[in-house]
Design a protein around this ligand. Structure first.
Ligand SMILES: [Fe+2]
Ligand SMILES: [Fe+2]
Length: 476
C-alpha cells in the first residue's frame, strides 16, 4: 500500500505510515487520499477515510395503534334451527316423502298468497263458476306456448287440476310478460274468468315480500363481511388475495376503521374445491386430499382476529350430501371453533335477519327465466324472494324431498346472501339487502369456455347499525 502511495507522490506522516503498512493496496483509499490534496497525510486523515460511514438512525414511525371496535362487543348469533336441515333429515326418498314435500311447499306458499282476506276458489269448484271471475292459488305443473303465441298452463291445488290460458293480444302485453316468467312448480295466485275448459288469466301474483316492512339494524356499531366460493385446494385459489383480506382485518391497509368494525364473517358455501365434483376435476386441484383442503380452511380461520365470529354454510363443492337442503359441515372436516350451519339457513346477527343460501339453483333459474343472466346474480336472487322459494324448479338441480320444504323463505330477511356464480352483485329489494359475494378463485378454463367472467377478491362489508354496504377490493 505504501509503495503505491509513494509511486503517486503522496507523502504520509510516520503515524499514518504505521497505520497503512499492514494494509494491502486499496485503490479506493488511494484515490481518496490523493483527493485530499494535502502535502502530508496525517494519521487522522487516514482514520477518517477508513471509518465506516456513520449509521444514521432509522426513523421508526410507529403505526397508529389498531383498536378494533368489534373487540369491545360480545357476539350475538341466533340460529333459526327449524329452517335448517342439519341433524333432521328424515327422508327415505320414497313417494310419500315426495308428496309431503310438495304438500308442505304448497301449504306454506299458498298461506302467503291468501293474505289480506282474499277469496279463493278451489280448483274442484271452478266448473261451478262458469263466466265468473275467480282467484285460484295453484302450483304450475306444465307450461306451453301455443303456435299463436298464447301461454297454456296446467295447474293444480290440493283439490284438483285445471288449465289456464294467457292470451296474446296487444291489451294483454303486461300479463303475458309476467306469465313468461312463470316457471314449473311455481306457486302463484291466478285471477281470471272461467270459460271452460280454461281460466283466462287476467292477473298472476307470486307470494313476494311485503311492500312495507321495517328493516332491522344492530345496536352496536359492528359490521359483517361476506365471503363465498373460496375453493381451498383448487389450483385457481387466490391465496395471496385472501391473505390481503386477512391483513386488512388486522388493520393493515385502507379503511382501517371499517376493518375494526368487522365482528362477523359469513361464508355461503364452496369453502373448498372438493374432490370428484365433476369429471376430471383432479386436473384442476392443487390439493387432492379433502381433509387437507379443510385444513387450509382451518388455517385461514386461525389467521383471523380472534374476536371475529365465523359462520359457514356448505355449497355444491363441499363434502356433505350433494342434494339440497345440505346439512352443516361436520367437525370431522372443520375443527375450528366456528358456527357451522346448513344450506340454506336462517340466522340473526345482532337482530339483523340473514338468509344464507349457496345458490346452486341459480343455474336452472337462469335457463328458465327470460331476462336473467350470470352477469347479474342479484336479479335471480330477487326472483327467489318474489317466489319465497330458493329452488322452485324441482329437478332443475338435485333436491332431497324432506317432509318439510327447507327451501321456502318463511320470513323476509334483512340480508339475503348467496354465492355460487363467482360474480358479485347487489341490489336492495323491498327492504331486503341482496348480496352475492363473488369468489376467491381465479377464472377457470371452464369459465373461459363459457364466456363467464368472475369477479374475484371483492368483499362486501355491511355496517349493520347504519345500513351501509361497501365493497373492498383485494386485487392489488
Ligand atoms: Fe363456487
Ligand atoms: Fe357452487
Amino acid at each position: 500500500m505504501l509503495g503505491e502511495l509513494a509511486e503517486k507522490g503522496v507523502r504520509v506522516t510516520v503515524e499514518a505510515e504505521e497505520l497503512l503498512k499492514s494494509r494491502e493496496a486499496d485503490l479506493e483509499l488511494i484515490v481518496k487520499l490523493i483527493g485530499l490534496q494535502k502535502p502530508l497525510i496525517s494519521k487522522e486523515d487516514v482514520e477518517s477515510l477508513l471509518k465506516p460511514p456513520e449509521l444514521r438512525p432509522v426513523e421508526v414511525v410507529p403505526a397508529a395503534a389498531f383498536a378494533p371496535l368489534a373487540k369491545e362487543f360480545s357476539s350475538d348469533i341466533r340460529l333459526n334451527h327449524t329452517l335448517d336441515v342439519t341433524g333432521k333429515s328424515r327422508t327415505r326418498g320414497e313417494v310419500e316423502n315426495f308428496i309431503s314435500y310438495f304438500r308442505n311447499r304448497y301449504e306454506r306458499l299458498s298461506r302467503m298468497l291468501r293474505r289480506n282476506g282474499t277469496v279463493q276458489t278451489d280448483l274442484a269448484d271452478v266448473r261451478k263458476r262458469l263466466n265468473e271471475r275467480v282467484r285460484v292459488v295453484v302450483l304450475i305443473s306444465d307450461k306451453k306456448e301455443t303456435k299463436k303465441g298464447n301461454l297454456l298452463f296446467e295447474v293444480e291445488d290440493m283439490t284438483g287440476s285445471f288449465k289456464v290460458v294467457v292470451s296474446q293480444s296487444r291489451y294483454n302485453e303486461k300479463i303475458l310478460d309476467k306469465a313468461r316468467g312463470v316457471i314449473l312448480d311455481d306457486v302463484v295466485a291466478i285471477t281470471g274468468k272461467v270459460l271452460e275448459p280454461y281460466i283466462i288469466a287476467e292477473e298472476i301474483e307470486w307470494p313476494d315480500l311485503p311492500v312495507v316492512r321495517e328493516k332491522s339494524r344492530s345496536e352496536n356499531d359492528v359490521a359483517t363481511a361476506y365471503l363465498s366460493d373460496i375453493h381451498f385446494g383448487s389450483r385457481y385459489f387466490l391465496e395471496k388475495k385472501l391473505q390481503s383480506f386477512v391483513e386488512w382485518l388486522h388493520g393493515r391497509g385502507e379503511a382501517r376503521e371499517l376493518a375494526g368494525k368487522v365482528k362477523y364473517l359469513v361464508i355461503a358455501g364452496d369453502v373448498v374445491d372438493g374432490i370428484g365434483v365433476y369429471p376430471n376435476q383432479e386436473k384442476e386441484l392443487l390439493v387432492k386430499d379433502i381433509h387437507q383442503q379443510y385444513a387450509m380452511f382451518d388455517d385461514f380461520i386461525a389467521s383471523l382476529p380472534d374476536y371475529i365470529e365465523v359462520i359457514a354454510a356448505p355449497g355444491n363443492h363441499d363434502a356433505v350430501r350433494r342434494g339440497e337442503p345440505q346439512p352443516a359441515l361436520g367437525k370431522d372436516l372443520v375443527s375450528s371453533d366456528i358456527t357451522l350451519v346448513g344450506n340454506p339457513s336462517s340466522l340473526s346477527l345482532e337482530g339483523v335477519k340473514h338468509l344464507v343460501y349457496h345458490g346452486t339453483s341459480i343455474d336452472s333459474m337462469i335457463s328458465s327465466i327470460p331476462g336473467t343472466a350470470y352477469a347479474h346474480p342479484e336479479k335471480v336472487m330477487v326472483e327467489y324472494l318474489k317466489r319465497r322459494h330458493l329452488s322452485p324448479i324441482y329437478g332443475g338441480n338435485l333436491i332431497i324431498p324432506e317432509n318439510i320444504d327447507y327451501m321456502v323463505i318463511d320470513e323476509p330477511p334483512d340480508v339475503f346472501h348467496c354465492g355460487h356464480v363467482h360474480k358479485n352483485g347487489y341490489v336492495q329489494y323491498r327492504n331486503t339487502l341482496v348480496i352475492n359475494s363473488g369468489t376467491f378463485q381465479d377464472r377457470t378454463d371452464f369459465q373461459v369456455k363459457q364466456g363467464h367472467v368472475p369477479t374475484p377478491a371483492l368483499v362486501p362489508v355491511y355496517e349493520m347499525k347504519h345500513g351501509r354496504l361497501r365493497t373492498l377490493d383485494f386485487n392489488y
